[in-house]
Design a protein around this ligand. Sequence first.
Ligand SMILES: [Fe+2]
Length: 290
Amino acid sequence: MSADTPLTLPAGAAADWTISQGWENYTAEDHQVWLTLYERQAKILPGRACDAFIKGLDALDLHGAGIPDFERISEKLRALTGWTVVAVPGLVPDEVFFEHLANRRFPAGNFIRAADQLDYLQEPDVFHDVFGHVPMLTDPVFADFMQAYGEGGRRAMKLGQLHNLARLYWYTVEFGLMDTAEGLRIYGAGIVSSKSETIFALEDPSPNRIGFDLERVMRTPYRIDDFQQVYFVIPSIRALLEASLQDFGDIYARLPALPDIPIEDILPQDRLFTRGTQRYAHRGGRLAAA
Ligand SMILES: [Fe+2]
C-alpha cells in the first residue's frame, strides 16, 4: 500500500525503498503473533475466502511456523507467476509502489504488530501484507491484474487521477468480494487478514453489497478507519483483469465532471447483492462499540 502524504527515504533503505527483511531479527514473540493471527484466520476462512486465496496459502506453504522468510516465499512465487516479495519499512511513496507492482514485486512491511494490538493496525504490517496479499499473487490472472494496476498507477499519476484509481485498489485488492457458484467469497487483503471484517463483510446485514462496475467504484469514496459501508462484488478474477486492461482515458475524461457517489447510496443501475441496513455505521461503528 502507498501513502497519501510525502514520505522521506529511511536511512539504510535502497533508492527503491527496499530493505533487508532481517528475518533473523524476529523474536519468539514476533513469530507467536503471526501464529496467533494465522490460526484464528485459518479457522474462519474455509468457506469464506475464495478458492484462489486458499490455494495460494497452500502453494506458498504459509501454514508453517511463524513469520515467513521473504526469500523462501519469493522462490515459490517466482516459479508460479514471476512475482517476488520485497521488504520495505512501511508505507512507500506512490511512484515507488507502482514501480514495484509494474515489475511484479510486492512491497511488504517487515515489522509485525504488538501482541496486545492484534486487531489494531496503523500501518500494514507483515501479516496484512504477506498473509493478506501474497496468496492471491499465486493466481496467474490476479498476478496479471496487479501488474496492470501498477502500470495504470504510473499513468494515473501523470494524469492527476490517482485519487480515483486508488478507489479501485481499495474496493478490490483490499476489500473485494467475489461471486462464486458457492456464494459470495472474500479475496481482499484487508478482509482476509482481519477476523472481525471476515465475518462482517460476508454476514453482517449492515453493508451494501453491489456488483463491481469500474466507473462506479472510481466515484465511490471509502472509509479507512472502520468496516466498509459498501463492498463491491466481482464476477471473477478474469473480469477484474479485463476491466483493468481497458483504456481508462474515457473514464478519466468524464470523472472530473461527475460528482462522487455518497458511500451508502444505491443507484438504480446497481446490481444489488445485498441492500444493507447501514445500522453499524449509523450507530457510530467502532467508536460506539469502544
Ligand atoms: Fe494492503
